[in-house]
Design a binder for this molecule. Sequence first.
Ligand SMILES: Nc1nc2c(ncn2[C@@H]2O[C@H](COP(=O)(O)OP(=O)(O)OP(=O)(O)O)[C@@H](O)[C@H]2O)c(=O)[nH]1
Length: 375
Amino acid sequence: MPERPVAQERSRLRARNLLVQEVAETRQRARLGGGFYGIAAALAFGVTGFAPPYRWSGLLVVGTLVLLAVARVLLPVPAAPGEAEARRYLRRIWGVILATAVAWGSFSAWSQTTLPAPAPLITLLFSGAFGMAIAHTLCMRRLPAAIAIAAVMAPTLVVLWGEVAFGVGATWLVYMAYMLLVMGRSHREYWERLELEEELRQQRDVFATQSRVDGLTGLPNRREFSESLERAMEAAGGGQSLSLLILDIDHFKRINDSFGHLAGDACLLRFAGRLREAFPGEGELCARLGGEEFGVVLPVDRATARARAEGFREALERVPLEFDGVQRTVTASIGCCGFDVRRHADADALYREADAALYRAKVGGRNRTECAPAA
Ligand SMILES: Nc1nc2c(ncn2[C@@H]2O[C@H](COP(=O)(O)OP(=O)(O)OP(=O)(O)O)[C@@H](O)[C@H]2O)c(=O)[nH]1
């Protein structure tokens, strides 16, 4: 893939991962806090003994806040959210959070002039606590968090300012401004942490890929090859065909010695490209096992694998590889072995037989395919 689309794809993936993470954390944090609003209202009405003048209003307020808390928990979260679903969830959960803040803020202001002591003190204390809780825990989105803090605090501010004393109202205002500052800082720290975690995740993925891919050719490396071979053998244990080819470029040292190590690298790269083109099928796996040695796993019987190997070998000899700006004929020796569950207890046993066949191909004059066991 060209570099720009790769970078675009990476940043798109990064944005999506951040959004998914935000959904998960918003859900967890919103669920945790919702229940406290109902408890706080129940406490405020509780100290009035739910006396007749406050009974119905008490039920209405507590019921509304409990319903909103339940909505936070029940709001469905898509299992593997795409971008649109994630944004829809965030809109909805923030809708519930804001509705809760408005309901609480209105109730708190109303209680200051309507409920008997000590209920107003209880709602006042809880308003401060809820505002600060939003500032700390629901700081993922700055604007809705600021609106939620204002919705919880401002109605009470108006009452304190007008009905209690200017100084108390001013104190409440300073308290509210402090919450907004705290929320701004929490917001920055939250996103710094999320981005750092995403960075670490991406680095971990890169390392995981690098540990399984050959850096020069981009083919799977020996580790990945061995594990894939084990898996293929396990799957084929029931009787399906499976064969292994080991290919070794002939006199590769001469290429290095004659044209230099870089030309040798380019040769390996071209050879890997040919191999990939020759064995592209489903269940076929090409890998670089090290140096100038390559492996191919094929879901076919030995005779077919041998024919495919010969086809590759002949084409390699016929069509030169272009590297270092020049066309050069390169040949390879190939060892071929069909998987037999009675002889091959593990991948190592299969590999050893294919390797022995490769050795025979080398001592037999190179540029040939030998099969194991020897016919
Ligand atoms: N350019 C380059 N050379 C490598 C790499 N890995 C191994 N080699 C070289 O590959 C050569 C392998 O040489 P030999 O094992 O003698 O094999 P050969 O010359 O191919 O001879 P036969 O296999 O017997 O046909 C050595 O010179 C290694 O230094 C690599 O990644 N790049």
